[in-house]
Design a protein around this ligand. Structure first.
Ligand SMILES: [Zn+2]
Length: 452
């Protein structure tokens, strides 16, 4: 039975000292004992926090991170010109490439403290749009990558049918993504069979956005069970098109026409009115924030103060993977608020004075809910997903408890994540993933093929 000993650990009731964390053979925590003796438990030096869920990933985009920065010939670059670059790039991926790139991404995420990833997967078919012999081939490659890297995964096969709201024809760059409802149900069934009995995995569904599905399709897939993720209100153009087509804004439309509740995660939710923000908070759904990607793409700034004041739940994702660290996502989230509002410590209130702690707590709870898995806390019944922050790292030295979290989130450039455990298995030791070199080699070979 794996057991771990932490000098300090963040438990649901707060920080505790000398904590013994015992797991069962399935990787679930069965006992957490503060003020304990280490015995023969594996020592995790430093401050141990729950593993952080990454609630939004398109793994293949890791291969083009940094590659879509160059000004396009037309100029006036935006999300939409970035998307054109992505569509050109996407034509090259083989299943082997997709698996190699995903495994590298998952290693990087683990080394920075993400222990679970929600894979919003839409790269389904061959370059000409024909399905692979096994329609779930590409989805299963992501499961294989997650198992190789040892990260928890929530697979979200994405239903993408149209090229604009509601029912516009897709463009050629989208042909690898397209399924009708029967097609996505076949992929979903293939994943369900592959994931059965896997305690590190869960299955949900992702209608891509109001640009890509019809209301009738949303109604069908919303009945499948598991988390439901959808992109919403990332860009003002999307809001304008939705208003023109329906008379409502994207979040407003979803709240009025889809059964949005705690099973749902609305990715981005960047452009909301105050009324939409309050209504989304009321629904119990999670806002899936991807701050580094939203900054990179020039999407806009999420309205954090109003959403938090209304009791809104949120988590973080790395989306296009220009960042792969929970620290960077939380830092960007708070820092963009400061720039917009010309004020500091936006995420805090009188009873919660440490923004690092407030943001981490939110990301753990919201990320766990959106992942549909028992994660995000060090407590019996939860998965044994742990991240040890090295208190002797120069970025954290002299800090304790919530002040250490503030230092982790807001200061320094190095990586103080020392050890990472997923489902009771240590996958990062002394700052390096246990299979880092082999996975990096396969990634390098895939990048060479993609660049050829
Ligand atoms: Zn996305």
């Amino acid at each position: 039975m794996p057991s771990f000993f932490a000098d300090a650990a963040l438990l649901p009731k707060g920080w505790a000292r000398a904590v013994l964390i015992e797991a069962d053979a399935d990787g679930d925590i069965k006992a957490v004992t503060p003020q304990a003796a280490p015995g023969d438990a594996v020592r995790l030096p430093g401050h141990v926090i729950p593993g952080v869920p990454n609630l939004h990933s398109h793994a293949f985009q890791r291969a083009m991170a940094g590659f879509a920065e160059r000004r396009s010939p037309e100029g006036q670059d935006s999300f939409w010109t970035w998307r054109d670059t992505m569509y050109r790039f996407v034509g090259r991926f083989s299943p082997e490439d997709a698996e190699a790139v995903a495994a590298q991404l998952y290693v990087e995420c683990l080394e920075w403290g993400f222990t679970g990833i929600a894979e919003f997967h839409y790269l389904h078919h061959q370059p000409d749009g024909a399905p692979y012999a096994d329609r779930a081939e590409m989805a299963l490659r992501h499961v294989a990558a997650a198992r190789r890297a040892g990260i928890g995964i929530t697979m979200l096969p994405c239903l993408y049918r149209h090229g604009g709201i509601f029912g516009r024809d897709p463009v050629p760059g989208q042909r690898r993504f397209l399924n009708d409802v029967d097609g996505i149900l076949e992929i979903h069934a293939g994943l369900a069979a592959a994931l059965r009995g896997d305690d590190n995995a869960a299955l949900g569904i992702a209608p891509h956005s109001l640009r890509a599905v019809t209301p009738a399709m949303i109604a069908v897939v919303a009945d499948l069970g598991g988390p439901i993720h959808i992109h919403a209100a990332e860009q003002m153009r999307e809001v304008v098109e939705c208003l023109a087509a329906t008379g409502a804004r994207p979040v407003e439309w979803l709240l009025a026409n889809a059964p949005v509740d705690a099973r749902w995660c609305l990715i981005h939710s960047t452009h909301m009115t105050e009324a939409e923000s309050a209504a989304l908070a009321q629904s119990g759904a999670v806002a899936g924030l991807c701050p580094s990607t939203e900054a990179s793409l020039g999407d806009g700034i999420f309205g954090l103060p109003g959403f938090r004041a209304a009791g809104g739940r949120f988590g973080i994702g790395t989306d296009s993977h220009v960042g792969t660290s929970p620290r960077d996502e939380l830092r960007q989230l708070e820092t963009s608020q400061r720039l917009a509002l010309q004020a500091r410590s936006i995420a805090t209130d009188a009873t919660h004075p440490h923004p690092g702690r407030v943001l981490l707590d939110a990301a753990l709870a919201g990320g766990a809910q959106a992942s549909g898995r028992p994660i995000g806390a060090i407590a019996p019944g939860m998965r044994c997903d742990l991240v040890a922050l090295d208190a002797a790292h120069p970025a954290l030295i002299g800090r304790e408890g919530d002040a250490l979290l503030d230092a982790w989130v807001f200061a320094g450039q190095g990586n103080p994540v020392r050890d990472v455990v997923v489902g009771g298995r240590r996958v990062v030791e002394a700052g390096a993933h246990v299979a880092r070199a082999a996975i990096a080699r396969d990634f390098a070979a895939a990048m060479k093929r993609l660049a050829a």
